[in-house]
Design a protein around this ligand. Structure first.
Ligand code: ZN
Length: 372
């Protein structure tokens, strides 16, 4: 019997939990649902359900989603739209031009607009959704059948002042996880432009401001998310951060050579820090040909999870769906398809304890240790 836990002997025993419930509730490391809700009726759309997309409260309940990182993402401003994501097709793939930086004032206005949208949903939710900001809230909410834990995440930091002077304000509003960049550069770091095939080593590392932001996140207890960061930036954070390394939604470069995916050396650094990778469902990051083909078996996601478990240990791999942020396999569909992924993991030989680590316990462990 092969093991999914090559590093387990000395570390896993302390974090194994008994599998008591066959309908394991999932904690998911990334969704863009907030971005997709209509401005005029965000609460109704999320609480009662909506057409299309991947996630709302009824579908979370049906799929066993107990909580996740809800991303606040800043869309391109009207003045930069024409220079966004210009695509060049190549013989074996594609690359997109690096998108332009956003104006900080625009990013802050958009952040306020999206935070107001989130508040509208929370106000109408009557405790069915909890904006979780502490380890105790996380531990009590995620397993609860009648509650959904919402952890506020910013995907990219263009709204953060270079001197971090407004970071505390966002912390007070509930921010507990921060991606330094999306795939566009900002005052702190450089994102990876999307390309296939391609290496994540696409440019320089963190700026001096970026290094200060990492230290300040460590002090406050905010997760520093390395998804969309280029490889040099990743190594800069690895050398600097005192918290577990977190990549909320990405795949394995060895299985799919996208710029967005992680090399084996990066996987080992994540494991050495007791961190985790949330495996994305995004087609372009899981298929070996990099194509956006929705006719892709759910087992393709399980293959990335298994690779990470076999390479660095099952305690360092989790789920980071990218619901409502990417094209995903039709075979999974939306949040109601989460059990099909757990079934695929079972077919690959992951036992109940390992499935529970992947489904939620690894995320809870990393968030708790970072927030404490
Ligand atoms: Zn993303």
């Amino acid at each position: 019997m092969f093991s999914h836990s090559p590093t387990a002997a000395n570390t896993l025993s302390s974090i194994l939990v008994p599998m008591t419930d066959p309908t394991t509730r999932v904690f998911d490391g990334h969704n863009d649902c907030l971005l997709r809700l209509p401005d005029h009726t965000p609460a109704t759309a999320f609480l009662d359900g909506r057409d299309g997309g991947h996630l709302d409260l009824p579908r979370a309940v049906e799929g066993g989603l107990g909580g996740g990182l809800f991303a606040l993402f800043i869309s391109p401003s009207p003045e930069t739209t024409s220079r966004e994501q210009r695509r060049t097709d190549t013989s074996d793939g594609f690359h997109l031009d690096p998108p332009p930086m956003l104006r900080p004032a625009y990013a802050r206005d958009e952040t306020k607009r999206l935070l107001d949208r989130l508040d509208a949903v929370l106000d109408a939710a009557d405790d069915r959704i909890v904006l979780v900001t502490t380890a105790d809230e996380l531990r009590s909410t995620v397993p609860a059948d009648d509650q959904l834990a919402c952890v506020l995440h910013f995907e990219g930091a263009p709204m953060i002042a270079p001197d971090c002077s407004n970071l505390d304000d966002y912390y007070d509003r509930g921010l507990r996880s921060l991606g330094l960049v999306w795939s566009r550069s900002n005052q702190f770091a450089h994102g990876v432009p999307f390309a296939f095939p391609g290496t994540p080593d696409t440019g320089p590392g963190l700026t001096a401001y970026g290094k200060r932001l990492v230290r300040r996140c460590n002090e406050l207890g905010i997760v520093v998310d390395l998804a969309h960061l280029n490889e040099q930036g990743f190594w800069d954070v690895a050398a600097l951060s005192s918290d577990p390394l977190v990549v909320s939604h990405a795949g394995v470069h060895e299985l799919c050579p996208s710029t967005r995916n992680l090399t084996d050396d990066q996987l080992r650094a994540v494991a050495d820090s007791a961190g985790l990778v949330g495996v994305t469902f995004a087609l372009s990051a899981i298929r070996s040909d990099g194509r956006d083909d929705p006719d892709t078996p759910v087992d393709r996601i399980a293959a990335h999870i298994e690779y990470i478990a076999d390479t660095v240990g099952v305690e360092h791999v989790a789920i980071g769906s990218d619901f409502d942020g990417a094209s995903i396999p039709d075979s999974l569909g939306d949040a109601t398809g989460l059990p099909s992924l757990l079934d695929a993991l079972a077919r690959r030989g992951f036992d109940a304890n390992e499935r529970q680590l992947i489904a939620r316990e690894n995320w809870l462990r990393v968030l708790e240790s970072t927030w404490d």
